[in-house]
Design a protein around this ligand. Structure first.
Ligand code: PMV
Length: 288
């Protein structure tokens, strides 16, 4: 008996960190993700992953699977710990494979709740943004509320995205906690990010107007204290390679910088010539 589930990775276009405090964020599913295969087997559950197995992963698996009777295979083409939603994609893939194994049909809400419990092992108290996108694909506006999130599907993001890898993993839990500690000193930065996100939503179709707004979002993330010299340099490199705008994406402190422009493949090619680890990702339409 074999079951398989998939969750897609995501790119946050705007609103990271501010989303934790109820401001909107925009994110899209991408053509990279994580697949989990479950097979029944005798004895204790074993885990095989092409990206290695650590304590947190084993804990996350136990949240859903228990300790016995399965062989678990995990395959992913997402960069780990880089703000591309690798843990949410894993969580969704795992919940889906497990439901299939037991012949259960989960509603979107049930799937979201189970996946969030798994992702919490990695992230503490995630806003749920990553999970929403990992489960649906497509482009969403996500607003966290006291009675649960409001997730609105938007038209697919129409541009390939240039992704620059800093080569360093950011620690989402620590970065979110750091922003919380600095809240009193942050003034209107979170509100400004929320306002910018509303503007960005109006400009998604045109990279010439969208780009500068994304760079403005990066500047606000710098003021939040979640960027660093390496990420700021990647933003400048993207702009010098033909991007109309660029920003860190995800929690920061490492991770990735994303860039848009009229010729994203050329941005990637030029950045690679400068020694940057760059690649192109493609937004995917909504799956369910
Ligand atoms: O997990 P990351 O790196 O994609 O960051 C998630 C976005 C945050 O807003 C920083 C945290 C959250 O839970 O929304």
């Amino acid at each position: 008996m074999r079951a398989e589930g998939h969750g897609s990775g995501k790119i946050i276009l705007c609103g990271e960190h501010a989303v934790v405090y109820g401001h909107p964020a925009l994110a899209t599913g991408i053509d990279r993700g994580t697949t989990v295969v479950l097979e029944r087997a005798e004895g204790p559950t074993t885990v095989h992953s092409d990206q290695g197995v650590d304590e947190r992963l084993e804990h996350a698996l136990r949240v859903v699977l228990g300790g016995n009777g399965l062989r678990v295979h995990i395959a992913s083409d997402l960069l780990m710990g880089r703000g591309m939603g690798s843990s949410a994609a894993l969580a969704v893939a795992l919940v889906r494979a497990n439901a299939q194994l037991f012949g259960m049909t989960l509603s979107a809400d049930q799937e979201h709740a189970q996946a969030l419990a798994v992702e919490s092992v990695f992230h503490g108290t995630p806003s749920g943004l990553d999970n929403a996108v990992a489960a649906r694909g497509g482009m969403v506006r996500f607003v966290r509320g006291s009675d649960g999130p409001t997730i609105t599907s938007l038209p697919s993001f129409p541009h390939p995205i240039a992704v620059f890898d800093s080569g360093r993993a950011g620690d989402t839990r620590q970065l979110v906690a750091g922003v919380r500690e600095r809240l009193d000193a942050l003034g209107s930065v979170l509100q400004d990010i929320g306002d910018l996100c509303a503007d960005i939503e109006q400009q998604l179709g045109d990279v010439h107007t969208l780009g500068p707004l994304m760079t403005a979002n990066h500047d606000l993330l710098r003021r939040l204290g979640v960027s660093d010299a390496g990420l700021d340099q990647l933003v400048l490199t993207a702009l010098s390679c033909g991007a109309t705008g660029a920003k860190l994406s995800g929690a920061g402190g490492g991770g990735i910088v994303i860039a848009v422009g009229p010729d994203p493949a050329d941005i990637v090619a030029r950045a690679k010539q400068q020694g940057v680890d760059a690649h192109l990702v493609h937004p995917i339409p909504r799956a369910r």
